[in-house]
Design a protein around this ligand. Structure first.
Ligand code: SF4
Length: 462
């Protein structure tokens, strides 16, 4: 076996998982090739919404049609949640859960046996005979093995930073935390990712030094519940402490944090971020709803005013910070008044962008068992309204930033003769001409007629 193709779906954490799988495959001499030529296709799935599931199934079928001789290994969160569903798709050889991603290379290369044979889930989806965890489908004679056990006791964080230059990324993502101990009513993630666990600070520092050594200038720290970093470590550590340690012991030029739950956003963390320009002033704080009644039903642990206070802190301390949020439209029982409360809160707060999700019931979650389903038509209409408001907030933020001179890092995307660059406060701006990725430019921002931002170099920093 010599060529592999890896398709990744989902969030920054899954990108980091995919990168770790990739490292394992390449350590065994496999090289990346086009899907049509691959001996092995790895599909790393997401299951956060029903449409993520359906995209993964479609992709697997398409890979099998394009290249029927490739072995297909399906991994990631959907694989963990519903392995049988995936094992039944023609062409799938293995379905591997989140506690076993480190074994994908071994499995794919057919070397020896898996380390935790007790975690093999022996299934015969269509009633066919099976042995040692491998099931033969009754339909066409293909086989699928399922390896998804062991998640409850799994305590590792798979390290595989998305390296600079890989998959169109200039800024590597380093996953430093995995899993979640909360049980938000709509969320399937704790079921498929296990309990919260953190990468030891020594390993974080070593990885960042390694990334800096190969040219990284900005590193994004990610996790499933990033703000919970360090609570499982002995001695216990906070995310703020870890950041201090990274800044003191590595030469990373800019750190960026991915999403933080509102209760993890402490005044101390905001102060640390405000006082050091090596930390990008960019906060992504999931809101989900502006209605206290719905937040309670979702088992979110804050109320609208607690959330608002935290956003106001950020804005007072760092007025030009990027502040983004997630909102869910159409949670069961959401009335027009609840939706209006979300719109009013979003309108009032200084957001620079909003990610809107249409509610979709995930099997096994509490929300899937709740009554009061909102009609699809109404969910779509509410999501549209929220997106329109989010677009207005983003446009107003861009307009406020026009005229400023900001330092930005050039990215790999070139569009209409301009190279994209990213500012610390998360604005993507087009710089005329073709620039190498990973350069600092000092840019004067200007707004184009369509509202997007362009920028002219004032100075090439390095
Ligand atoms: S905090 Fe809530 S929404 Fe986030 S991963 Fe945990 S359970 Fe899911």
């Amino acid at each position: 076996m010599s060529g592999y193709y890896l398709e990744n779906f989902g969030c920054r954490a899954t990108q980091a998982d995919a990168a770790a799988v990739q490292l394992g495959l390449e350590a065994r001499g496999l090289r990346p090739v086009a899907a049509e030529e691959a001996d092995l296709v790895v599909v790393n799935t997401c299951t956060v919404t029903a449409s993520a599931d359906s995209q993964a199934r479609q992709a697997i079928r398409a890979f099998h049609r394009k290249n029927p001789r490739a072995r297909i290994v399906v991994c990631g969160c959907y694989a963990q949640r519903a392995p049988e569903e995936l094992a039944e798709i023609e062409g799938v050889s293995w379905v591997v859960g989140n506690a076993h991603q480190a074994e994908i290379a071994t499995i794919a290369c057919g070397e020896g046996s898996v380390t935790h044979a007790e975690d093999l889930v022996a299934i015969a989806p269509l009633g066919a005979a099976h042995s040692a965890g491998r099931a033969r489908s009754a339909s066409e004679g293909y086989e699928a093995g399922i390896l998804t056990g062991g998640l409850a006791d799994f305590r590792e964080v798979l390290v595989g930073p998305v390296e600079p230059g890989l998959g169109g990324h200039t800024r590597p993502t380093l996953k430093i935390q995995d899993g979640c101990n909360h049980r938000c009513a709509y969320c399937v993630i704790p079921q498929v990712r296990g309990r919260s666990r953190s990468l030891a600070p020594e390993e974080v520092v070593a990885e960042i030094r390694r990334l800096v050594g190969i040219g990284a200038r900005e590193v994004v720290l990610s996790g499933i519940n990033l703000g919970g970093y360090g609570r499982d470590l002995a001695p216990r550590l906070s995310l703020g402490d870890l950041i201090e340690e990274i800044l003191a012991r590595t030469a990373i030029e800019r750190l960026r944090l991915s999403s933080l739950e509102p209760m993890h956003l402490t005044a101390d963390l905001v102060d640390r971020m405000a006082s050091n320009d090596r930390i990008a002033p960019h906060f992504h704080i999931p809101l989900q709803s502006g209605s206290d009644r719905i937040l309670h039903a979702m088992h979110r642990w804050y109320r609208a005013e607690h959330y608002a206070r935290r956003i106001e802190w950020i804005h007072q301390r760092i007025p030009d910070a990027a502040i983004g949020a997630d909102a869910i439209a159409g949670f069961p029982g959401e009335t027009d008044a609840d939706h209006r409360a979300t719109l009013d809160l979003v309108a009032r707060l200084p957001f620079s962008y909003l990610h809107v999700f249409s509610f979709s019931a995930r099997p096994g979650t509490e929300a899937a068992r709740l009554g009061g389903a909102v009609s699809q038509e109404r969910i779509r209409a509410r999501a549209r309204e929220l997106r329109a408001l989010g677009a207005e907030k983003a446009a107003a933020f861009r307009a406020r930033q026009a005229g400023r001179v900001l330092r930005a890092l050039t990215l790999q995307t070139i569009r209409d003769g301009a190279t994209d660059a990213l500012t610390a406060n998360y604005l993507t701006v087009g710089v005329p001409g073709v620039w190498k990725p990973n350069l600092w430019l000092n840019l004067r921002l200007r707004q184009r007629e369509d509202g997007s931002l362009a920028a002219d170099p004032v100075e090439v920093a390095a």
